[in-house]
Design a protein around this ligand. Structure first.
Ligand SMILES: [Fe+2]
Length: 315
């Protein structure tokens, strides 16, 4: 409880509102704004204030422009309805509040429809640095500014359609061998592509890889844009391997979510990223994603079943 206001708050993993929504099986919810505690707002304030200099130094300019055009407020947790009033006229994207993890197919399908599943809880004010779960700071301050840019938004929509289309393609195959295994493989490939671009992507000239320093590289990945420590580490640290984006590598490369990334990929431009999504689609349609390397992320049988059921229901 927030002693000052006697409200339960919307703190990550400790929000009764979220727990009851999940127990009722409600994935898409409303943002009960009045339930944010003063500690929740303080958490947003602290996170936002310390990112300012890092964004100026490392973020790509479209992200910086996006922060301006959304009019994000560093003082209070944002209301999604207000964010959407600025966002929707620019690209048609909308931040849609969810109660937690969204199964992969549904997540990709939302992107294809310009809806961004958005976490509404915020990390504890005393633990600003590490959080395995997404929170509203990651989703709104890390992702949504990128969605104001028409070219990036189109890339994200395209990716969502390709990723959801991968499951739909497999559903349509008549009498396929190893259907579940192929679905899991395609979803693993899509999750890896998303991770090494939308979440942890760097942008720069082809030469700006292992020897890069700040100024040569710009961050566009939201996992980096919402991390005070890792945004600098990604660009400056000698402990990070940075390579030009290679699709055949990315779709076969596992990753861990619980540490700074030791391996990052660099695209040359947003046009380059869009071209890679188109290549991804070609590979998917040719069946080249049906048997990618095993490993992280592990796609559970449950996840495969949910995705197959959802894709079949949409037919
Ligand atoms: Fe994310």
């Amino acid at each position: 409880m927030d002693a000052a206001t006697d409200i339960p708050g919307l703190t990550t993993t400790r929000a009764p509102f979220i727990e009851s929504a999940r127990s009722r099986g409600e994935l898409f919810i409303t943002q009960p704004y009045e339930q944010y505690s003063e500690a929740n707002h303080q958490s947003w304030r602290n996170l936002y204030a310390r990112m300012g200099d890092r964004w100026e130094r490392y973020a790509n300019h479209r992200f910086l422009e996006g922060l301006d055009s959304l009019g994000l407020n560093g003082e209070r947790v944002p209301r999604l309805s207000e964010v959407n009033q600025f966002l929707a006229p620019l690209t048609g994207f909308e931040a849609k509040p969810v109660s937690g993890y969204v199964p992969a197919y549904l997540f990709f399908d939302c992107l294809g429809r310009r809806e961004f599943p958005t976490t509404i809880t915020i990390r504890d004010v005393n633990t600003p640095d590490y959080l395995p779960e997404p929170d509203i700071f990651h989703d709104i301050a890390g992702h949504v500014p990128m969605h104001t840019d028409p070219a990036f938004a189109e890339t994200l929509v395209r990716f969502g359609q390709v990723a959801a289309g991968a499951v739909e393609r497999l559903v349509e195959l008549t009498d396929p061998d190893d259907l579940e295994e192929r679905v899991a493989s395609n979803m693993r490939a899509m999750a890896r592509f998303f991770w090494f671009t939308i979440e942890f992507g760097l942008m720069g000239a082809p030469a700006a890889t292992t020897t890069a320093k700040a100024g040569d590289l710009r961050v566009y990945g939201s996992g980096l844009l919402s991390s005070y420590g890792e945004i600098e580490h990604a660009v400056e640290s000698d402990a990070v391997q940075r390579y030009p984006f290679q699709l055949e590598w990315v779709v076969n490369q596992g990753f861990r979510i619980d540490r700074y990334q030791p391996l990052l990929f660099v695209v040359e431009s947003f046009d380059h990223l869009f071209d890679e999504v188109n290549r991804l689609e070609g590979w998917m349609r040719e069946g080249r994603l049906d048997h990618v390397a095993p490993g992280e992320p592990v796609i559970s049988d449950e996840e495969v079943r949910i995705s197959l059921d959802a894709a079949t229901a949409e037919k």
